[in-house]
Design a protein around this ligand. Structure first.
Ligand code: ZN
Length: 109
């Protein structure tokens, strides 16, 4: 949240943002540049404002992270080393994304 003047769609290109992945059919693509990002799916994706690293995709050219999503703090569907963390995306929506449990206290270990 910025309290400086609002400038639409103006941002530092080095600023990491969290966005939703686009899809071309079944292929995951970057919504900003249209690059195929399927080859980048892995853990350790950088998130802004937290040390946690998400599981998901990224676009290096756009400094965008596209976390996979999960359905709550227990990250159902992921293995027991993953937990859900609420992350605010650039569209203003807050969604659960899977991160290693060590970033959320690890109480489910
Ligand atoms: Zn991109």
């Amino acid at each position: 949240m910025s309290d400086t003047e609002q400038v639409a769609l103006s941002r530092n290109p080095d600023e990491r943002q969290v966005a939703r992945l686009d899809r071309d059919g079944r292929k995951p693509i970057c919504p900003d540049c249209g690059s195929y990002v399927g080859h980048t799916k892995s853990g350790g994706k950088t998130l802004p404002d937290t040390d946690a690293e998400a599981f998901g995709w990224s676009c290096r050219d756009c400094s965008l992270t596209f976390p996979s999503h999960c359905h709550g703090p227990d990250a159902p569907g992921f293995n027991s080393s993953m937990a859900g963390l609420k992350i605010e995306f650039r569209d203003g929506e807050t969604r659960w994304v899977p991160v290693p449990t060590r970033y959320v206290g690890g109480e489910s270990a």
